[in-house]
Design a protein around this ligand. Structure first.
Ligand code: PEP
Ligand code: MN
Length: 357
């Protein structure tokens, strides 16, 4: 059941409706929207009589929700959710560019990449410190040292940082540094992790599992939102198909459908979606044209030397081309590229850098 409040509903009226939901033995979930508050009701086994709520003051309507995802469905917030991130936002009609290395490898590597992508218009810095690797013998990430380097890059460029959290044990540590928590494809159905993140008040980007249907993906998002964390962004990063020429098959076809299914912002990651650096910019253009809230791409100063995902990493000049081309496509469809309000705190050759050099 979804209870739609009047646009002018008062705090007391919203509280009264939530109390009524609890009196009936269900759980209310208050979901703020651009126009009005919606209250999702969960915990019911069968249908609920909308008459319980329709007569209460401040209630505009009460409608049954037949979809299994009750809180991330489009009808909860038809205008679309905007996720506020330190100094910028995801959603609301702008195109966010997240860029950075797959893994944080060294101070120079992450700082030079951060400065480069920032100078060309990226607003969020990506970089993995805890890496989920297929082989236990591969580079596993710099762990806390990687988080510290990301924090230093944030300080230097003003860009908020997104980094992957692999498990509940390291969640408190990663959450102390990250502006956005990334849940990787391999963890999309780690329900214990999703529930723990649901209890935090921190933006999270939930990547689609490599074999996950859209319904499974949205149900995973529902785990987070139903625990009270409404700041969820979805990321399509390619799914596994019979095709082996690309690392994954980027499912751009799902984006327009997904838009109709959920109010959550949508990001596309053409780096993991193809695994081939030469394919990243064309698919970033295509994703922009399809209509997304942002793109995430991997950039490395020397892809041949990358400790993870080198074959899909853009060089600095390739990222420059990507930004020029994606901006043109975004302009053609009337979508401004998102900006950052936090200024860079240190110029590229600061006393701070020199002192450390
Ligand atoms: C990554 O972003 O580096 C990553 C591991 O992504 P995914 O979970 O999509 O494989
Ligand atoms: Mn990667």
């Amino acid at each position: 059941m979804l209870i739609l409040m009047e646009a002018e509903a008062t705090r007391a009226q919203i509280d009264r409706v939530c109390d009524r939901v609890r009196e009936l033995g269900y759980a209310p979930h208050e979901m703020p929207g651009a126009q009005r508050v919606a209250i999702g009701v969960t915990g019911n086994k069968g249908g609920i009589d909308p008459g319980h709520f329709k007569r209460l003051d401040g209630v505009h309507d009460a409608v049954a929700v037949s979809r299994p995802y009750k809180l991330v469905g489009r009808e909860v917030n038809p205008e679309g959710t905007i996720v506020e991130v330190a100094g910028t936002r995801i959603g609301g009609g702008e195109l966010t560019v997240m860029a950075g290395p797959c893994s944080v490898e060294s101070r120079d590597q992450v700082l030079s990449t951060a400065r480069h992508v920032r100078s060309l218009g990226a607003t969020i810095l990506r970089g993995g410190a805890f890496k989920p690797r297929t082989s236990p013998y591969d580079f596993q990430g710099l762990r806390e040292e990687g988080l510290e380097l990301l924090a230093e890059a944030r300080e230097a460029t003003g860009m908020p940082i997104i980094t992957e959290v692999k498990d509940t044990e390291t969640l408190p540590l990663v959450a102390r540094y990250a502006d956005i928590l990334q849940v990787g494809a391999r963890n999309m159905q780690n329900f214990t992790l999703l529930e723990a993140i649901g209890g935090l008040d921190k933006p999270v980007m939930l990547k689609r599992g490599m074999s996950a249907s859209v319904k499974e993906w949205l149900m995973a998002a529902e785990y987070i939102v139903s625990r009270g964390n409404l700041n969820v962004v979805l990321c399509e990063r390619g799914i596994r198909t019979f095709e082996t020429a690309t690392r994954n098959t980027l499912d751009l076809g799902i984006i327009p459908l997904l838009r109709g299914m959920t109010h959550l912002p949508i990001i596309v990651d053409p780096s993991h979606g193809t695994g081939v650096a030469a394919a990243v910019t064309p698919l970033a253009r295509a994703a922009t044209a399809v209509g997304v809230d942002g793109i995430m791409v991997e950039v490395h100063p020397e892809p041949a030397k990358a400790l993870s995902d080198g074959p899909q990493a853009l060089t600095f000049p390739m990222f420059e081309t990507l930004m020029a081309e994606v901006s043109k496509v975004a302009g053609a469809i009337g979508q401004p590229v998102a900006q950052l309000s936090t200024p860079s705190k240190t110029p590229s050759t600061s006393a701070h850098d020199e002192a450390r050099a």
